[in-house]
Design a binder for this molecule. Structure first.
Ligand code: ATP
Ligand code: MN
Length: 433
C-alpha cells in the first residue's frame, strides 16, 4: 500500500541533501543576530532548523520575534547531516509557513508540580518524556497483540457493561441501566472462558474498571487489561505462556523503543536480562523469603506492595508465585489436588520493585465443585447459569491470566508512578481532563 504520510523528522536520514517540508510545532527558539534556531517538534522527534538572514525573505526572518512555543508551522528546507544536533540532522530553512501563533504556553521547561501538569495533561503529553512513555505504551500494546495473533489466539471482545458482580461489589462502579443498574467490568475473564471453549485460545483486550479507594502508585480506577484464556491448559502451561509473553513484550520494546527508553534514561541492561525461564516459587516459598528478611508476615494473607518488592528483589527476572491459600483467591480458581487448601493461582511480580503485573491461574472445570464454591462465596447462583453451562458441555482443564498494560508500561519505562502511562488517567481524585 502506498504510504499517505508526509515526511517526518524520524525519516530525515533518508533525505540528506534533499529539500523537505515538515509539519510541526515550535518546541524552542534561540536567536543570535543574523541567524536563529528553531527546534521543531513533529511527534516523531525533534529537529533543529537554522534560519539565516541572507537565505530567507525578511518576513520569514522576522518570525524570530513572534513565533511562540507550540506555534504550528510547516518548514521547508534542506536536510544536512550534523552530529551535534538533536537526532543527528539539521534543516537549513528556505521558508516557514505559519498556521497559528500559539498563546503563551503554560508548560515551560522549568519545574512544575505534578498536579499542575496533570491538570494540563492534554498539553503535557506533548512533552518529551510523556511522549516517550505513551509511545512505549503503544509498543507494549502492539507487542501483546502480535504475540497472541502469531500464536493463533482469536481476539474476543468481552462486554464492558455487566449485570452482576463477579468478585464482590466493593470495588465495582455501578451505572444506571434503563430501569435497573449495571456494573462496569473488572475483568473479561468469565466471558473469555466461554470464548476458549469456542475457539480454544482467545484473548480479550479492553478497559477494565475498579473503584480503588486506596491511593497507591500502582492503581488506576480505569486501566487496560489483556487477558488470554486457553482450553486444555493447566497451571504449568499457563505459566509458560505468561513468561514467553512477557519476554516477547520486553524484547519488542528494547528493539523498537530505543530512542524512548533513552529519553527516559532507562537502564536497558536490566531489561536485557529478561529471559525465560522465569523463576517459579510457591506462595509458601515466598513467605519464607519474607520471614528470612525479618518481615512479620501473617501466613494466609495477600502480599502488600512492600512484600512484593522484597520478594522480587531476589531475582533479575519477573518471578511467578503459584499455589495460594484458597481463601484469598476467587471462587473460580481450581484447587491443588495435592493440597485442597491451595488454589492454582499465579501472580507474576516484575523486578526492581515494580510489583504485580500479572494475575491468573487454572479455573475450576468441574460443575458440582464450582456450584459448591459459588455457594461458599455466597454469590447469586442464578446469574452464573451460563458460566456453569461451560462445565456441562465439554468441560476441559483451562487457564488464563491478565496483564495490566499500565503496570507493564510503568516497569518497562522505569518510571515511578502509573498515572503517566495512560493518556488520561482516572484515579480516586482525578476524572479530568
Ligand atoms: P493488586 O493486588 O496489585 O491490586 P489484583 O490482585 O487486584 O492486583 P488482578 O485482579 O489479578 O489484580 O488483575 C490482573 C492485573 O491487572 C494485575 O496483575 C495488574 O497488572 C492489573 N491491575 C489490577 N488492578 C489494577 C489497577 N487498579 N490499576 C492498574 N492495573 C491494575
Ligand atoms: Mn487489586
Amino acid at each position: 500500500m502506498e504510504k499517505l504520510t508526509k515526511t517526518t523528522i524520524s525519516q530525515l536520514k533518508n533525505f540528506v541533501d534533499k529539500t523537505v517540508t515538515i509539519d510541526g510545532w515550535v518546541y524552542n527558539k534561540r536567536v543570535s543576530g543574523k541567524i536563529w534556531f528553531l527546534l521543531l517538534r513533529d511527534g516523531t522527534g525533534l529537529a533543529q532548523c537554522v534560519i539565516v538572514k541572507s537565505e530567507v525573505d525578511s518576513e520569514n526572518f522576522e518570525l524570530k520575534n513572534i513565533l511562540s512555543q507550540e506555534s504550528s508551522v510547516s518548514i521547508t528546507g534542506t536536510v544536512r547531516k550534523d552530529d551535534r544536533s538533536v537526532g543527528g540532522f539539521e534543516i537549513g530553512v528556505q521558508s516557514i509557513l505559519v498556521h497559528q501563533i500559539a498563546d503563551e504556553y503554560p508548560i515551560s521547561p522549568k519545574e512544575h508540580g505534578t498536579d499542575f501538569l496533570m491538570n494540563n495533561r492534554h498539553l503535557w503529553m506533548r512533552s518529551r518524556k510523556q511522549n516517550a512513555i505513551l509511545k512505549i505504551r503503544h509498543h507494549v500494546i502492539k507487542a501483546c497483540r502480535d504475540f497472541f495473533d502469531s500464536n493463533d489466539f482469536v481476539l474476543m471482545d468481552s462486554p464492558i457493561l455487566t449485570a452482576n458482580a463477579v468478585e464482590g461489589t466493593s470495588d465495582l462502579f455501578e451505572v444506571g441501566y434503563f430501569n435497573r443498574s449495571a456494573f462496569l467490568t473488572q475483568s473479561g475473564q468469565l466471558y473469555g472462558e466461554a470464548g476458549a471453549m469456542a475457539f480454544k485460545k482467545i484473548y480479550c483486550f479492553g478497559p477494565t474498571f475498579r473503584a480503588e479507594k486506596s491511593k497507591t502508585r500502582r492503581h488506576l480506577t480505569e486501566f487496560w487489561m489483556v487477558e488470554p484464556e486457553i482450553a486444555y491448559c493447566d497451571l504449568d502451561e499457563n505459566m509458560t505462556w505468561a513468561e514467553k509473553f512477557v519476554e516477547y513484550i520486553v524484547s519488542h520494546c528494547i528493539e523498537n523503543c530505543k530512542a524512548e527508553l533513552d529519553i527516559l534514561e532507562r537502564d536497558i541492561s536490566k531489561l536485557e536480562k529478561i529471559k525465560t525461564p522465569f523463576p517459579r516459587i510457591t506462595y509458601d516459598e515466598a513467605v519464607k523469603i519474607l520471614e528470612k528478611k525479618g518481615v512479620d508476615f501473617q501466613y494466609g494473607s495477600d502480599f502488600g506492595g512492600t512484600d512484593e518488592t522484597l520478594i522480587s528483589e531476589e531475582y533479575d527476572c519477573p518471578v511467578m508465585i503459584h499455589r495460594w491459600p484458597a481463601e484469598i483467591k476467587a471462587f473460580y480458581m481450581k484447587r491443588d489436588k495435592q493440597n485442597e487448601n491451595l488454589a492454582l493461582g499465579v501472580d507474576m511480580l516484575a523486578p526492581e520493585g515494580y510489583g504485580e503485573i500479572i494475575g491468573g491461574g487454572q479455573r475450576e472445570d468441574e460443575h458440582d465443585i464450582l456450584v459448591e464454591r459459588i455457594n461458599e462465596h455466597k454469590l447469586p447462583i442464578d446469574v452464573f447459569g451460563w458460566y456453569l453451562d461451560l462445565r456441562k458441555y465439554g468441560s476441559v482443564p483451562h487457564s488464563g491470566f491478565g496483564l495490566g498494560i499500565e503496570r507493564a508500561v510503568t516497569w518497562i519505562s522505569g518510571i515511578r508512578h502509573i498515572r503517566q502511562t495512560i493518556p488520561f488517567p482516572r484515579t480516586l481524585t482525578r476524572l479530568e481532563p
